[in-house]
Design a protein around this ligand. Structure first.
Ligand SMILES: NC(=O)NCCC[C@H](N)C(=O)O
Length: 410
């Protein structure tokens, strides 16, 4: 069987991708919990599903194999024993909400098909889901005070963040936000138990038991030698260094990890919300990540002399650093919203810089970012637009909504 993981760039022809079709979890959002669950508004489920289906079909029309996270997880939980083990881990990691009610919630989750199990875990378990006569604790009787035993996971359709394939291996991420912490359990199970992945000895460059967080939106593979990682509100320098050491040991071609510091703000939560690669020498950028005179804090990590050490060189200009590490004479930075302060801020808020390259020079973007889309076309890119009224409410774009597992080399 063909080795299932291979990603050596951001732009190589995309062959296989993992998506999650938004489900009932987004209907379990209410205004009170929006901020904690990292949403700015409540999507209309039939409409967000329609837009997501359009996205998946657009990928298929380009010859991309679309795998769904929910199906992969169901196929991974192929024995009763694994289903129980999975539920125990989910309950363990959701402990704040299930004090004393563990047995009831476990029984509720395991009663039914494996599809039901996965759907219930993703959509959350409401106090009203458990029969009234089984409840013995005060908090269980107070659904109005807090409605959930298990919180919903509305951010699951951003499959980019909980894990990232790099080269022949994977980084199973330690999520920074508690609302997203459990999401990376799914990819851990898929890699360990799904028949497509389990029999290959897949290297893990980073694991979710780390004390320090890192999320996939910050992990960009510039070419087969170079990975860029955002130092952001979500990804820590400690995690980046740890992953760099592991990559330098076992991913033969990787020689450089470039840590790019970005402002710690909600609008710029990951590097891919402000910077993506769209062609061999072209990148989208939100100009606000550069300080006055284009200054930034950028660090190039390389393998150190001593075991488990790296050497670090500092740089301060993104364009110059990209030319240096990619060995290019020139590069083009395409500013989100054309650099106009209003259009740039508006389109960046709706993920105007968050493009998904499906081949060199061919990208998927949200239709609403018409200023940025026009500019990308003026720079010679082929732009495939995705409807985005509802998808954009979760604050992520086409790159955030996709986890590439196989790309052709460039
Ligand atoms: N890579 C990305 O930027 N992903 C978007 C994640 C949005 C989600 N609501 C979050 O705050 O984590």
């Amino acid at each position: 069987m063909k080795y299932p993981l291979h990603v050596t760039s951001e732009i190589g022809e995309l062959k296989t991708v993992i998506l999650h079709r938004p489900g009932k979890e987004v209907e379990n959002l209410t205004p009170e919990y929006l901020q904690r669950l990292l949403f700015d508004d409540i999507p209309f489920l039939p409409a967000i599903q329609k837009e997501h289906d359009y996205f998946a079909n657009a990928l298929r029309n380009q010859g991309v194999e679309v795998l769904y996270l929910e199906r992969l997880l169901e196929e991974s939980l192929h024995s009763i024993q694994l289903q129980e083990q999975f539920v125990d881990q989910i309950l363990e990691e959701s402990k704040s909400n299930i004090n004393g009610a563990r047995h009831n919630v476990k029984e509720y989750l395991l009663h039914g098909s494996v599809q039901d199990l996965v759907e219930k875990v993703m959509s959350g378990v409401l106090k009203t889901d458990i029969e009234q006569e089984k409840k013995v604790h005060l908090y269980e009787l107070m659904a109005d005070h807090y409605p959930f035993y298990l919180d919903p996971m509305p951010n699951l359709y951003f499959t980019r963040d909980p894990a990232a394939v790099i080269g022949k291996g994977i980084s199973i991420n330690k999520m920074n936000e508690s609302a997203r912490e459990r999401e990376s359990i799914f990819m851990d199970y898929i890699m360990k138990y799904h028949p497509r992945f389990a029999k290959h000895n897949i290297p893990k460059w980073f694991t979710r038991d780390s004390r320090f967080s890192m999320e996939g939106g910050d992990q960009l593979i510039l070419n087969k030698h170079t990975v860029a990682v955002g130092v952001s509100s979500r990804s820590t320098p400690q995690a980046i260094e740890k992953m760099a050491i592991n990559l330098f040991k076992d991913q033969e071609d990787i020689t450089k990890v470039v840590a790019v510091e970005i402002p710690k703000s909600r609008a710029f939560m990951h590097l891919d919300t402000v910077f993506t690669m769209v062609d061999y020498d072209k990148f989208t950028i939100h100009p606000a990540i550069e300080g006055p005179d284009g200054d930034m804090r950028i660090f190039i990590l390389e393998k150190g002399e001593e075991e488990n050490r790296v050497t670090i060189k500092q740089r301060n200009n993104l364009a110059e650093t990209l030319k240096e590490v990619l060995e290019l004479k020139d590069i083009v930075l395409i500013p989100c919203g054309g650099g106009d302060p209003i259009a740039a801020a508006r389109e960046q808020w709706n993920d105007g810089s968050n493009t998904l390259a499906i081949a060199p020079g061919v990208v998927m973007t949200y239709d609403r970012n018409y200023v940025s889309n026009k500019l990308l076309r003026q720079h010679g890119l082929e732009v495939i637009e995705i409807p985005s009224s509802e998808l954009s409410r979760g604050r992520g774009g086409p790159r955030c909504m996709s986890m590439p597992v196989y790309r052709e080399d460039i």
